[in-house]
Design a protein around this ligand. Structure first.
Ligand code: ASP
Ligand code: MG
Length: 406
């Protein structure tokens, strides 16, 4: 008998009909296996909780996390009740009942420990544990949440803790695609991806998996499968690169409209200024992504451009405005209408000309590049947001991605 973790996202448990469908999938797997089924809240419910928090302008961590995690309580109770009707020995559990111990960072808590012995005890009485995703308990005994989209991380963490034989992440698409099929209809489902590629994709805007869940799976070498809860087909396997027979030069193109650009002009061109600017931002936990610095015409001052996530632009701008005197600059400009386009692939490491092709493709479409950043397996460019679709489409075409993964 194997132990399998199955995770279902919000769209897969959006109503009773869909939860019934999940119950059938679970019933099927439970014939030969012990299961931990991790659920999200019904699609939209966590957003609604966030709206309540915004409406009352609550800054209370304990209450906010209690609200945010409440949607999962509903779905696990419903699924487990349906499973019991099917005579399956199931038990619904909240994070604290395992317990899933986290640190104190409410709304973005990290899992510190999961007690495998308790899970074994539950399995001596039950065949299926239906576990609330996205939540844990801190050492002070309060409920915490793991960050939006965090039930993927719950699934991977629990699968690692129990050394599960499989961790299947069910969703409303058939797997990970070479690009967003809403933008590129010819996009192909990728059959196998390295952890590193998936990590770059999630952090570059592909919304299939919570970035932290991929990091955790990579650390524990846990093979993940992303698959559809509606269509019965193999999905995308995410695994160690050594298990990839063929490393694609480019596996996918992703985009993120969640970027904002800040340009500070007329900064004194002397050592220590960048350290000062980015030090200020780091101290406030504001994450900076792409950075470009250039010397201005007069040779005395410089300009610096960088990007932050949309929800941090306000805080970043305020911080820099307040530091006008300590930094000493002439002007500060921000722009939310930019988007980051990334091409990702393991094979890029040993291939030249990949970046050149990207730049040429964008140039052929008269798309101006505002900033560039690269890693061994990724090239990202910042462009005007209105060119997002055309950039993704033309790059998908340029790298022949519709021919891959068939
Ligand atoms: N329900 C939570 C959210 O919407 C967690 C998840 O779906 O993964 O963010
Ligand atoms: Mg999700």
């Amino acid at each position: 008998m194997s132990l399998i973790v199955m995770k279902f996202g919000g769209t897969s448990v959006a109503d009773i009909k869909k939860i019934n469908n999940v119950a059938n999938l679970v019933a099927n797997e439970s014939i030969n296996n012990k299961l931990i089924v991790v659920l999200s809240a019904m699609a939209g419910v966590t957003n609604q909780m966030q709206k309540y928090i915004d409406e009352i302008e609550s800054k209370e961590n304990i209450e906010n996390d209690l609200l945010l995690t409440s949607g999962e309580n509903i779905t696990i109770a419903i699924l487990s009740a349906i499973l019991k009707k099917k005579k399956i020995k199931s038990i619904p559990l909240l994070g604290w009942q395992i317990p899933i111990i986290t640190d104190d960072y409410h709304q973005k808590a990290k899992i510190l420990n999961i007690d495998n012995n308790r899970i074994k005890q539950f399995f001596s009485n039950y065949d299926v544990i239906v576990l609330a995703g996205f939540q844990g308990i801190n050492t002070k005994g309060y409920i915490t949440s793991l960050g939006r989209g965090g039930s993927d991380t719950t699934a991977v963490a629990i699968a690692s803790a129990v050394s599960a034989d499989r961790c299947d992440i069910y969703t409303d698409v058939e797997g990970v695609y070479s690009a967003d099929p809403n933008i590129v209809p010819q996009a192909k489902k990728i059959s196998k991806l390295a952890f590193e590629e998936m990590l770059e994709m999630s952090s570059s805007g592909a919304k299939v998996l919570h970035t932290r869940s991929v990091e955790l799976a990579m650390k524990n070498n846990l093979v993940l499968q992303v698959l559809s809860s509606i269509v019965n087909k193999p999905g995308t396997l995410i695994l160690d690169e050594k298990k990839l027979i063929e490393k694609e030069i480019v596996s996918g193109v992703s985009y993120s409209k969640n970027e904002s650009k800040i340009t500070i002009s007329g900064i004194p061109d002397k050592p220590g200024i960048s350290a000062k600017i980015f030090g200020l931002l780091a101290a406030k936990n504001i994450n900076v992504d792409m950075i470009v610095q250039n010397i201005s015409q007069d040779g005395i001052t410089a300009n610096i451009t960088f990007t932050v996530q949309n929800d941090e632009i306000f805080a970043a701008k305020k911080l820099l405005q307040n530091s006008l005197n300590t930094i000493g600059y002439q002007s500060l400009k921000t722009d939310k209408n930019v988007s980051k386009i990334s091409v990702i692939g393991m094979g890029m490491m040993s291939q030249s000309g990949v970046a050149q092709k990207m730049f040429k493709t964008l140039a052929n479409n008269s798309i101006n590049i505002l900033a560039i950043s690269t890693s061994e397996i990724k090239i990202s460019v910042l462009i005007d947001e209105k060119y997002t679709n055309i950039a993704v489409q033309s790059l998908h075409n340029a790298y022949n991605l519709e021919k891959n993964n068939e």
